[in-house]
Design a binder for this molecule. Structure first.
Ligand SMILES: O=c1ccn([C@@H]2O[C@H](COP(=O)(O)OP(=O)(O)O)[C@@H](O)[C@H]2O)c(=O)[nH]1
Ligand SMILES: O=C(O)[C@@H](COP(=O)(O)O)O[C@H]1O[C@H](CO)[C@@H](O)[C@H](O)[C@H]1O
Length: 339
């Protein structure tokens, strides 16, 4: 089986650890290595939930839900539940998702007595809590070219290899800016922040093509046993925590082809980068690898063009990037009844 199209140049052959080279060969697949009918037959009694975190995604969430329902719930019975977590949307995300056939929950309505937390990581943790599938697939709600193959590819290793607990998607990520497309310009925070930091401090994760991919899947018992960092720290923390707890071989990746999505502004990505850096520094601190006299500030000052009162031509704005963390869900939920 041609499991991957990732070639290694001579420099990489020498530089990459044998463990990562071996992992790349054994733990990289392609979405078309499986079909929905094959996996539907294989899944047996196991159940599958798809969780879509969505904040102001009325333009794209409906098509994603319809694709999943038609291809993977009606034509094939691979997916049992598709949930959209309405993450304080200010548009018609909830209505569009419901009309497309998704179950919809409001992020802050799940596990109500708990105090609210914020951001994408919170939406995902609440989505995990509001579903019960043995396997859980996370799909961003802002994708323009989502196909059922994303879900099929992510489920493939989990349904065929009991040694795999968690699967990340990877893809080519064009950066679409109006009429101009940079074929591999997407994943800016990945290339500028996450990949360098992971290579520096967790080189075993160097083989992940898209460590921040928003499409990934895992076994519920594993997902309920790890913390979910709020905001945009969630993906990088998952990889670091799972590497430490389950080991590299429990992780895998699948080539999903191409991914285009709604791009955020550079300043928004600056805030995302700050949250990822704070998460990485927290993980370094926890493992005793970061010795500092004082904790890093969580405040980010940014400057944006625009007139403000008094005629200044740029405005200083300050954002508190502090991320928090939800504990493993199993420490919050009552024990599941056996059976
Ligand atoms: O507070 C938030 C922030 C983001 N998202 C969703 O998480 C996904 C990824 O977020 P975003 O597109 O902002 O990140 P990017 O893909 O630009 O890195 C999208 O479906 C968002 O609607 C969310 O549910 N709550
Ligand atoms: O990969 C990235 O650099 C960022 C930004 O992507 P773009 O530069 O807008 O294509 O997108 C990802 O990062 C977020 C933080 O982990 C994830 O939550 C998003 O799902 C993912 O798209």
């Amino acid at each position: 089986m041609d499991t991957t199209r990732i070639g290694l140049d001579s420099g990489a052959e020498l530089a990459l650890s044998p463990r990562v080279r071996s992992w790349l060969r054994r733990r990289s697949w392609r979405a078309d290595d499986w079909t929905a009918s094959q996996l539907a037959a294989l899944k047996g009694e196991r159940t599958v939930s798809v969780v879509i975190p969505a904040r102001d995604e009325e333009e794209t969430v409906g098509q994603i839900v319809r694709t999943i329902r038609t291809a993977l719930m009606e034509e094939e019975q691979l997916v049992d539940d598709v949930l959209v977590v309405d993450s304080r949307s200010r548009d018609n995300t909830a209505r569009v998702a419901a009309e497309a056939g998704a179950r919809v929950v409001a992020q802050d309505a799940v596990l109500r007595p708990l105090p609210d937390m914020h951001g994408k990581g919170e939406a995902l943790w609440k989505g995990l809590a509001a579903t019960d599938g043995d396997l859980v697939v996370f799909v961003d709600g802002d994708l323009y070219d989502f196909t059922a193959g994303y879900v099929i590819g992510l489920l493939g290793p989990l349904l065929t290899d009991p040694g795999v607990d968690y699967v990340k998607g990877f893809y080519h990520r064009p950066l679409v800016n109006g009429a101009h497309t940079d074929a591999d310009g997407g994943g800016r925070v990945t290339e500028l922040v996450a990949r360098p930091l992971l290579n520096m401090y967790w080189p075993d994760l160097a083989g992940f093509v898209q460590p921040l991919a928003g499409e990934y899947a895992g076994r519920r018992d594993v997902l309920e046993s790890i913390p979910f960092v709020t905001h945009y720290g969630v993906e990088v923390a998952h990889l670091i925590d799972l590497l430490r707890w389950r080991g590299l071989d429990a992780l895998a990746q699948v080539d999903l082809g191409m991914r285009t999505h709604r791009h955020q502004s550079t300043q928004a990505l600056g805030r995302m980068a700050g949250q990822i850096m704070l998460t990485v520094m927290d993980r370094l601190d926890r493992s005793g690898r970061l010795v500092t006299q004082e904790a890093p500030s969580t405040l980010l000052a940014q400057f944006r063009r625009g007139s403000v009162a008094g005629g200044a031509d740029r405005e200083l704005m300050v954002t508190d990037l502090a991320v928090r963390e939800r504990p493993p869900l199993r420490t919050v939920l009552p024990p599941r009844s056996a059976g």
